[in-house]
Write a protein that binds this ligand. Structure first.
Ligand code: ATP
Length: 246
């Protein structure tokens, strides 16, 4: 089967530091893949490379198509969605407007749709997503007034509004309360399998509960890839992790 995503020999250098040094990654359709490792291992850099916001050596293929030379907007149109480490919402727009802005580009049917029909389609998508993430009652509030956990929910709705085939999540549980982490885990579990997931997260309980496969990075290299049970039992992985997680 053609993988949903395959990355080959990904290398990123900052001066003498190799943030990533020949990393390979393969995500099958419908797979939920965890990416873990100590601080500075290269996890966020790898998400940046896959999303197209950091240039790298190597190749990235999405569903068999080479997207290596495409920038973030083109990769987003082809189905790579991204949830950032710090929720990136427009604070002066309302919650609903934020999700609507994210839904509009994918509501385009060039040559066929009138702009008002396109807007109505985006509104339907946005409203359905706001209900799904439980924000419908505060949809009219400016996003700048929300608490961190609610901003995270808005960004998840925005990420899904682009109808991704692959969702890249960068430490979505960071800064969330225990109740919010439980909500997040349950929400991610209910995502349709048509959406592949690459989850960077220091909350290993969340990663092991959600993901089918886990890759461990250390010092810009792949230390191990395998099932959560295998990774959890691996001595070298435990040692690498003990070296440093903030
Ligand atoms: P964390 O778990 O702390 O978020 P990470 O695994 O996501 O860490 P990265 O943020 O990808 O790690 O960083 C990998 C390495 O690259 C680190 O040593 C970091 O200091 C370095 N690095 C990242 N971005 C830059 C940059 N723009 N310029 C120089 N060095 C960078």
């Amino acid at each position: 089967m053609t993988p949903l995503l395959s990355a080959h020999g990904i290398t990123v250098r900052y001066g003498s530091l190799a943030a990533l040094d020949g990393v390979d990654l393969r995500i099958e359709p419908g797979q939920r893949h965890g990416l873990i490792g100590p601080n500075g291992a290269g996890k966020t850099t790898l998400l940046d490379v896959l999303a197209g916001s950091t240039r790298a050596g190597g190749r990235v293929l999405l569903a068999g198509r080479d997207v290596t030379r495409l920038g973030p907007a083109a990769r987003s149109r082809r189905g790579i969605g991204r949830i950032h480490q710090r929720p990136a919402v427009w604070s002066t727009l309302t919650v609903r407007e934020n999700v609507l802005v994210a839904a509009l580009p994918r509501a385009v049917r060039p040559g066929r749709w009138h702009p008002s029909a396109r807007r109505r389609a985006a509104e339907r998508t946005a409203d359905a997503l706001l209900t799904r993430v439980g924000l419908e009652e505060i949809a009219a509030l400016p996003a700048g007034q929300l608490a961190h956990g609610q901003r995270r929910q808005v960004e998840i709705a925005m990420g899904l509004a682009g109808r991704p085939r692959l969702l890249l999540l960068d430490e979505p549980a960071a800064g969330l309360s225990a109740v919010e982490v439980a909500w997040l885990g349950e929400f991610l579990r209910t995502l349709p399998r048509a959406v592949g997931v690459l989850l960077v997260e220091h909350r290993l309980d969340l990663v092991y509960a959600l993901c089918d496969t886990v890759t461990v990075l250390r010092d810009g290299r792949t230390l191990a890839t395998g099932s959560p049970a295998r990774i959890r039992a691996s001595g070298p992985v435990r040692e690498a992790y003990a070296e440093g997680v903030a």
